[in-house]
Design a protein around this ligand. Structure first.
Ligand SMILES: Cc1ncc(COP(=O)(O)O)c(C=O)c1O
Length: 405
């Protein structure tokens, strides 16, 4: 997820434009800003690139999710179905609006398993929140009919998948709303930042106000704005938007490089029959930020990860099963409802009920999965070397296993 790898004069130019006005705030200051509106420009560029009606920039992907949930009317007493494999921000945002995260199994797409989603629906379910993990999509053809049948909101957490698509439509534009992160490691970065996108004008107007203390932005005098509802400060700054504006101009270049490096790496790993790959519901729409691959058993996968670590080449290869931030198994703080202030009673009860819960179907997938992050700056030779070293490590472990039988 490496937009930062190709920073250049474009980022500097847009930052300098802002510095020359001295106006870092995205709203107001109409005179002194001398026509420099980086946030508005980036929102327009996002709409044009993704083919959606409206984009609201935020301070982060996490605040984009909280904004989308609140503006979609999701709050106390509502259940949100979300996957066991995602970044912690997905459940943090659900908790932040007073709602209840309902953790649900993933399958070999590394995203929500549609049959598990069906089983998780209760009369309190209000929203299904698939997470398009590691640059590629959830099985939306399976999830959309479930939402329709049960009259549920579809909120796409596409924070890791800016630029991905599903059957020709950009991820994030297919549900009622979609969210993105532009943090420091994403495909395109603002340093910190995020966005909510939607085709629903009313929802967009709510997002615009919610992210700025409820301001209606009706006039040029902020002090005279009215506040139709309570909001928060989830604004992006002009400096962050300036970086994002430079980066979105290079998105297609980034995606093309990732596709090439991903294909080269996959070709090398494909020479090992025991390696299988993540199922991608529409391979054409993958951003190729990661190559995710599976080994036959947890034991073999652990041994390969240990081998990569021992050879000092584990960096860039993620074994999510043991990661403290991306998989349910290590979310002890969630299971213990370890918040610093009181949760509402509904939330506390649900979280504490998670303690004994396990997700064997997700474990079977994640315990055998490794995701290799694809670099933008890799040369052909470096890509080949990385692939060959991984293959050598896998073969070494497989040979050892065979000898032990
Ligand atoms: C799936 C997912 N959702 C939400 C977020 C939150 O984004 P941010 O780091 O911009 O708050 C992330 C960040 O990595 C993410 O991966």
């Amino acid at each position: 997820m490496p937009g930062f790898e190709l920073f250049g004069p474009e980022e500097r130019k847009h930052i300098n434009d802002v510095m020359e006005t001295g106006i870092l705030m995205r709203y107001g200051f109409d005179g002194p800003r001398k026509g420099v509106w980086k946030s508005k420009e980036l929102e327009a560029a996002i709409c044009a690139r993704l083919g959606c009606g409206y984009a609201q920039l935020t301070s982060s992907g996490t605040s984009a999710l909280s904004t989308a949930l609140a503006c979609l009317g999701i709050g106390a007493g509502d259940e949100v179905i979300m996957p066991t494999f995602t970044f912690v921000a997905s459940f943090e945002s659900v908790l932040s609006v007073g709602a209840i995260p309902v953790l649900t199994d993933v399958d070999d797409t590394l995203t929500l398993a549609p049959d598990a989603v069906r089983r998780a629906i209760t009369p309190r379910t209000k929203c299904i929140m698939p997470v398009h993990m590691c640059g590629a999509m959830a099985d939306l053809d399976a999830l959309m009919p479930i939402c329709k049948e049960h009259n549920l909101i579809l909120l796409e957490d596409a924070c890791q998948s800016f630029g991905a698509s599903y059957k020709g439509r950009a991820l994030g534009t297919i549900g009622h709303a979609g969210t993105f992160s532009f943090d420091f490691v994403k495909t395109i970065t603002c340093g910190e930042g995020g966005a909510v996108i939607t085709n629903d004008k009313d929802l967009y107007i709510k997002c615009d106000g919610y992210t700025d203390h409820g301001h209606d932005h009706a006039g040029v005098d902020r002090g005279a704005d009215t506040h139709p509802f309570i909001g928060y400060n989830y604004r992006i700054s002009e400096l962050h938007a300036a970086i994002g504006l430079a980066q979105i101009g290079k998105l297609d270049q980034f995606l093309a490089i990732q596709k090439k490096n991903h294909a080269a790496l996959k070709a090398i790993l494909s020479t090992v029959p025991e390696i299988a790959f993540r199922r991608i519901p529409d391979a054409e729409g993958d951003t190729h930020t990661f190559l995710s691959w599976f080994l036959p058993t947890e034991e073999i996968t652990r041994a390969v990860v240990a081998e990569l670590r021992q050879q000092n080449i584990l960096a860039g290869n993620f074994y999510w099963f043991d990661n403290n931030w991306h998989y349910f198994r290590r979310w002890d703080h969630l299971r213990q409802a370890a918040t610093l202030n009181n949760l509402n009673e509904d939330q506390r009860k649900t979280l504490l009920a998670l303690r004994p819960e396990s997700f064997p179907a997700s474990d079977t997938v994640l315990s055998r999965a490794v995701s290799t992050a694809i670099g933008l700056a890799w040369t052909e030779a470096q890509t080949a070397e990385k692939g060959e070293k991984i293959v050598a490590a896998v073969k070494k472990v497989l040979a050892r296993e065979k000898a032990a039988v």
